[in-house]
Design a protein around this ligand. Structure first.
Ligand SMILES: N[C@@H](CCC(=O)N[C@@H](CS)C(=O)NCC(=O)O)C(=O)O
Length: 335
């Protein structure tokens, strides 16, 4: 390559980066965040009959909107199937994908940057109690319902192969179809992330006739995904999650955040923008986290409200507890 060509190539590369580093501006100009979510999974992303979305994944979209637009309600939710979830991120149809999506190497390379692990999950199985089995290792020869375009399909193949067991997979495009097929008896087992098993169990007419088997056969680190090539936006989404974790760790919650702004603890003062300008360094305002905590809550509040032990799903914090309490949720410091 001669010098002129090299210069041209460098310039082209530079302008691509500059052109794509625009999500923050686009969201602000539009006045709303476009968030890709699931198509209807209780506890994670579910619209009511008036179109109001709630859930764990939904709350992360709301938290980003609170940080960026000062209004957690300024979110347009785009429901996406497992198979079709990545394309809209690439083409600019959504600003962030917050949809129980597992962080894997190939997705990281092909589709965007994972901004963190908001939920540590793993894959499990549900079966009818009538089958009288208590371990996934007894599923030799079983038919298994699952969803296309997921890591679930791939882990299923690995698990049966490594245990020398036979199975028949019956895969569907949506969660609803998968659950219906399982419920109607088309397959012996239903497999997906354990959190989804809890959620989908609620849809079954006789939930108590079904049991979630104890084996967790994979690692499913779930988190939000942003487009490649926009580091500022990547940082914002990443630090909204970290900020919510740090808030929980410091005992700052939606109910006491105003009081907390008067705290003399340096870490709390930095989190809430009373001291220094970390929000501004992200391209936001100093009090970005005050808005997130006030309007949406800290990480623990979001977990408890949507999926925690006292919610309909009734999931224990487990791995998703803070590192100070035996879990692995650990956020870098705001410094
Ligand atoms: N975490 C896995 C599975 C994600 C997934 O899409 N699971 C289905 C199983 S129930 C689901 O959530 N469907 C909800 C929907 O289609 O809206 C992945 O990233 O591939």
């Amino acid at each position: 390559m001669n010098r002129a060509m090299l210069l041209l190539a460098t310039f082209a590369l530079g302008s691509v980066t500059a052109a794509s580093a625009q999500t923050l501006k686009a969201v602000k100009d539009r006045g709303s965040l476009i968030c890709g979510v699931g198509q209807g999974v209780a506890g994670f992303s579910l619209p009511d009959d008036k179109g109001n979305w709630t859930g764990f994944d939904v709350d992360f979209c709301r938290a980003i909107a609170a940080a960026v637009l000062n209004d957690s309600t300024k979110v347009k939710f785009t429901p996406l199937s497992a198979k079709d979830r990545f394309e809209p991120l690439k083409t600019g149809g959504i600003d962030v994908l917050s949809r129980n999506t597992t962080w894997t190497l190939s997705r990281d390379v092909a589709f965007g940057n994972f901004a963190g692990v908001t939920y540590y999950d793993g894959q499990g199985f549900m079966v009818r109690k009538g089958l009288k089995i208590n371990s996934a290792l007894q599923l030799d020869g079983a038919s298994v319902c699952t969803q296309t375009g997921t890591t679930t399909e791939l882990n299923l193949a690995d698990y049966f192969r490594s245990n020398n067991m036979k199975y028949e997979v019956i895969a569907f495009a949506t969660a609803d179809e998968t659950v219906k097929a399982y419920e109607s008896g088309r397959c012996d087992a239903f497999t997906t992330d354990v959190s989804q098993l809890y959620a989908e169990k609620l849809k079954l007419a006789n939930a108590s006739d079904h049991v979630i088997l104890p084996e967790v056969i994979s690692k499913e680190p779930l988190g939000p995904l942003v487009r490649h090539g926009d580091d500022q936006w990547f940082d914002i989404v990443k630090w909204v999650h970290f900020g919510m974790l740090n808030a929980e760790e410091l005992g700052v919650a939606s109910k006491n955040v105003d009081e907390a702004t008067k705290s003399n603890q340096p870490e709390i003062r930095r989190l809430l923008g009373v001291e220094s300008n970390f929000g501004e360094q992200l391209g936001l305002t100093k009090d970005w986290m005050v808005r997130v905590i006030k309007q949406v809550g800290n990480y623990g509040e979001v977990f408890d409200r949507n999926v925690g032990l006292h919610s309909k799903l009734g999931i224990a914090r487990g791995l998703n507890d803070l590192w100070t309490k035996g879990g692995i949720q650990y956020a870098p410091p705001i410094r």
